[in-house]
Design a protein around this ligand. Structure first.
Ligand code: GLN
Length: 200
């Protein structure tokens, strides 16, 4: 395969950072706001931002159902933070009637770390990577429940209660609670680009 075309859903959120990392990794990275743009992509990144707004804009731009259909047809998708929420089959602490694209057999809790610690940074062990990843969390969700086919890639220390799942993969879908695009570290995106190449 030549460079895979990887779209970044560009309705809202931190689009530019993802485009930069994907381009650095040799992908043909492109913004997606229209169905025609989605159609030419092999894969999609759903960025961080605000999941309620993103869901509404996806409806307005008539992308909601086309994205769901592509996920159902096996398109690789990587969701970060709000993007993780958008990929979850079930959410907690969502707005009334909040919609997600779904596809990932997980329950994700929005704004899970609470107000006091709603943004923080920490180093995480990440399955498949030799050295820890420096993870930036911004009003982040965590994963409360994972289905049988879901691989946990990273957890964060949840204090006395237990560790919280913050990165998962299910076949061609990947999601992180944190923002790997804000750092110079390209390894998490590289895992996704490798996944895209394997699925091509
Ligand atoms: N709290 C946001 C939401 O619920 C996600 C925050 C983020 O993407 N940085 O959508």
């Amino acid at each position: 395969m030549t460079a895979p075309t990887i779209g970044v859903l560009s309705l809202q959120g931190d689009v530019r950072e993802h485009l930069r990392v994907l381009t650095a990794l040799g992908a043909d990275a492109t913004t997606v706001r229209r169905v025609g743009e989605l159609e030419r992509c092999h894969a999609l990144v759903v960025p961080g931002g605000e999941s309620t707004t993103m869901a509404k804009l996806a409806r307005t731009f008539e992308l909601f159902e086309p994205i769901q259909a592509r996920i159902g047809a096996g398109m690789p998708v990587f969701g970060t933070c709000a993007g993780m929420i958008m990929l979850a089959d079930h959410i907690k602490d969502g707005m009334a009637g909040q919609e997600t694209f779904g596809g990932l057999d997980v329950t994700v809790r929005r704004n899970a770390f609470g107000r006091q610690v709603d943004s923080f940074e920490t180093d995480l062990d990440f399955v498949g990577l030799d050295d820890p990843v420096h993870a930036v969390f911004i009003r982040a969700p965590w994963v409360d429940e994972v289905g049988a086919g879901v691989r946990v890639l990273a957890r964060v220390d949840g204090g006395p209660s237990d560790d919280k799942v913050v990165a998962v993969q299910q076949e061609q879908l990947m999601a992180t609670s944190f923002h790997p695009e804000v750092d110079d570290d390209e390894r998490v995106h590289r895992m996704f680009v490798d996944l895209v190449r394997q699925n091509a």
